[in-house]
Structures are given as structure tokens and as C-alpha cells.
Design a binder for this molecule. Structure first.
Ligand code: RNT
Ligand code: ZN
Length: 420
């Protein structure tokens, strides 16, 4: 560690101590709390099934930067590179279509544990956790725009089978890695244009979910969470799985929700929803992302929105109830750099939240001293957070500043650009 980093940290530590903040404790919490990275940043949501791909499904990576991961092996190699440049405990959220075995003829209704076994080995070797999601997008069986809410019984059955299998596989991932898996269910169903019947698809989605959840679930190894959405590309008019739909479903069936920062009206802030939803759900999953004008999934930035989300978790010590995951994908820049940057930004917001003098601010609030509350909230923004971040990076053997980019550039030359 450089002596400058160490010196700066010592000053920062003192400064925080004066405000009642224990930097050592903050660092420990930071390092042991997992943050999940979305694997679909690395393959542009393409997946590795050998079935024909189809457009639709409401998600789309834009950009043509070379070097995306083309199979599970490349994906793991890239994800490991990402994790090597971000301090903390890591989980990778794998999509069901990212099968890691090179098998022909495997489709989403015939996936088995063995197709994900290489991920388990890899995670165990490196002390990573795994999360999971059943993926509906880009598949011929979702090309009508409907999956679990389809009026076509064949399509609906295909996806029910898929979701049931996916949850079983997720339990296997959690059991064999020793870190519980968190699965997000995101169902793209909806209409591009005005509909005359918003009710029937919702009845069908409810029936499908009831059937999927009607199996003995091993909740100690996996929890399934439900992710709502406002609209998607190609389903601008109507989304079956709206926030109200899942909120009601979650309350009635005691299933956790997944809150994606881009899935609401653009000025709505999910940090404000967490405390309300935790009265209904025991747990929540977050998809931290940066919506730019719409649900665009830009690389997570070190911005106020992300900070508010992380503050909310930390202020209430909800580390076991709110699971932090990211959901961004950019194919116009180096995908590993995108991964590292978004994860470091999420991590920075987390560490900065852990260093907030929350107790003192809450004391002012309880006393009705809102002047003091505002002054403290504003002044704490410029406390020497960065000295603590640098110190964390260097004690973990990672570059503190932007030198990590050189490593990514080298990897791009040696590995990614050779993929043709
Ligand atoms: C899509 C959702 C969802 C997906 C993943 C792949 O809009 O945000 O989280 O990105 O399930
Ligand atoms: Zn999401």
C-alpha cells in the first residue's frame, strides 16, 4: 500500500470518528456484503442456447463493440476479470439461457442442473455466489410478446415448465455454492398497442405463477422475486406484470419483489419504495441501474439516485432483507470496463452510505431540528470518503484510481479482440 493512501486514510478515520462513524466497522460491512453483477452485461443478453434467436422480449443491448462472451467459459473468464478489479464479496447473476455446457438441442424447457455445473465449480473455486433468472427474451417461444400470460396453452405450458425448472436449478446453485441464490422473475408479456382487455392476461399470469410456486420450495437455498415493469421496447401500451399486479401478488402470497430502478415513471425513485415494500415483503431484490430518459440500463453511475438507494439500505441496516443486484448492459464500450465501472460505482455508493453519520442526523430529526438535519446531510457529502475507498481498494490488492482500466485494455488485447 502506498504511504500516501495510508496517511490519507488515517486523517479520514479521525475525521469520521469525530462524527461517531467507525471506518473499520464500515469497511468490514462493505467487504462482507455481497453485490450481484448481472452476467448479461457480458454477452449482450444473447445466451448460449443453440436455438434460433428471435427479437422481442422487451430488452435489447445496443452497440457493436467487439469481443462479447460467446459461451459459458468466456463468460466466466470475463466475469472473473471484472471481479478482480472490484473490492468486495461477489455474486454473478446467470441467466437460464446462459447454459455453460456445449450441448445441442437443449432448450429452456429441457434445462437441467448439469448445464450450469461449470458455474458452480467456478464459483466455489473463487468464493463467488450465484444468482439466477429464467430468461424469456429473444426466444422463439416469446416472439408473440406473451409467455406466462399467453392465451396459447402450448406457449404458456412451455414457460411454466421453464420457470419450475429454473427455480429448481436456482436451489441447486444456492445449495452447492453455500451462498443462497436470489432469482428474479421478469416476465415481458404485454402489448405494443392499445388493448381492449387488460384483465384476462393478468388472470392467466396469476394462474401460471400459482402453478409455478405450487412446488415444495427449498427457501434456504433460493428465493424467487417478482420484477414489475412499466413498459418495454415493443410493449409500450400495456405490461401484464405491472407494479400493482406484483405488489398485490407479493402481499397475498408472501413472495419478495425485485425493484428495478428503471421500471417506474422516470422521476420515481425506488429508494422511497423500499421502506414501504418491506412492510409487505420479508425481503427484496434491487436491480441498480441508470435509466437515461427511459429504462435504458446504462452503466451505473456514482450519482444521487444510486446513493439514495444504498443510503436507504444502510440507514436501516437491511443487509439481510434487501439484496443488492445490478442490471445494466452496454454493448457500445468494452463490456468488462462497463462491468467494473458499474460495480465500483455501486460499491462506492455503498461504502459512502456506510460512512454517513446517520445517528447524528437522525438525532437532529427526532429533535425537530430540520435546519441541523439539512446542514448535516449536505456537509456529510464532502467528508473524505475517497480516502477510505482508496484504502479499501489497496488493502484488497486492487488499483484505487483509474489504473484498473489499463488492465482491462490489456485483457481486451490479449483475450477479447481475439474472439472472431
Ligand atoms: C428487463 C428486466 C430484467 C432483465 C433480466 C435479464 O427489463 O430489467 O431484470 O434485465 O431479467
Ligand atoms: Zn431488471
Amino acid at each position: 500500500m502506498s504511504s500516501m493512501t495510508e496517511q490519507a486514510y488515517r486523517f479520514a478515520k479521525e475525521r469520521y470518528e469525530e462524527l461517531g462513524v467507525d471506518t473499520e466497522q464500515a469497511i468490514r460491512t462493505y467487504l462482507e456484503t455481497p453485490i450481484t453483477f448481472n452476467a448479461w452485461q457480458l454477452d449482450d443478453d444473447a445466451g448460449f442456447l443453440k436455438v434460433e434467436r428471435s427479437s422481442g422480449g422487451g430488452v435489447m443491448a445496443t452497440g457493436n463493440y467487439p469481443g462479447r462472451a460467446r459461451d459459458g467459459g468466456e463468460l466466466m473468464c470475463d466475469a472473473k476479470k471484472v471481479f478482480s478489479l472490484v473490492p468486495g464479496t461477489h455474486k454473478l447473476s446467470v441467466q437460464s439461457k446462459q447454459i455453460a455446457t456445449d450441448k445441442d438441442g437443449v432448450d429452456l424447457d429441457t434445462i437441467e442442473k448439469e448445464h450450469y455445473e461449470p458455474y458452480v465449480q467456478w464459483a466455489k473455486e473463487n468464493n463467488y455466489g450465484l444468482d439466477f433468472n429464467p430468461s424469456c427474451s429473444g426466444h422463439p417461444m416469446s416472439s408473440t410478446g406473451f409467455t406466462l400470460a399467453s392465451s396459447d396453452e402450448g406457449i404458456r405450458r412451455f414457460w411454466i415448465t421453464h420457470f419450475k425448472k429454473a427455480s429448481e436449478i436456482a436451489e441447486y446453485l444456492g445449495e452447492s455454492t453455500g451462498m443462497r441464490c436470489i432469482t428474479n422473475y421478469w416476465i415481458p408479456d404485454g402489448y405494443k398497442d392499445y388493448t381492449a382487455d387488460m384483465y384476462s392476461p393478468r388472470v392467466r399470469l396469476e394462474e401460471s405463477l400459482n402453478e409455478i410456486f405450487d412446488r415444495p420450495r427449498r427457501l434456504e437455498y433460493n428465493i424467487d422475486t417478482l420484477e414489475s415493469k412499466l413498459f418495454g421496447v415493443g410493449v409500450e401500451a400495456y405490461t401484464v406484470g405491472s407494479h400493482e399486479f406484483y405488489m398485490g401478488y407479493a402481499a397475498r402470497h408472501n413472495i419478495p419483489l425485485c425493484l428495478d430502478a428503471g421500471h417506474f415513471h422516470i422521476s420515481e425513485d425506488i429508494s422511497n419504495k423500499i421502506s414501504a415494500m418491506l412492510l409487505t415483503c420479508d425481503e427484496l431484490l434491487l436491480h441498480v441501474t441508470r435509466p437515461m430518459r427511459w429504462d435504458s440500463d446504462h452503466v451505473v453511475s456514482f450519482d444521487d439516485t444510486t446513493q439514495s438507494i444504498l443510503n436507504e439500505i444502510v440507514r436501516n441496516r437491511w443487509f439481510d432483507r434487501v439484496h443488492i443486484g445490478t442490471d445494466y448492459f452496454d454493448a457500445s464500450i468494452n463490456r468488462i470496463a462497463a462491468g467494473v465501472l458499474g460495480l465500483r460505482n455501486t460499491g462506492k455508493c455503498f461504502l459512502r452510505a456506510l460512512l454517513e453519520p446517520t445517528e447524528a442526523i437522525r438525532e437532529a430529526e427526532r429533535a425537530g431540528n430540520y435546519t441541523r438535519r439539512l446542514v448535516m446531510l449536505e456537509e456529510s457529502k464532502t467528508l473524505p470518503f475517497n480516502a477510505v475507498w482508496d484504502y479499501v481498494c489497496e488493502t484488497q490488492g486492487m488499483p484505487a484510481g483509474m489504473e484498473w482500466l489499463q488492465e482491462v485494455e490489456q485483457y481486451e488485447k490479449d483475450v477479447q479482440l481475439k474472439r472472431r
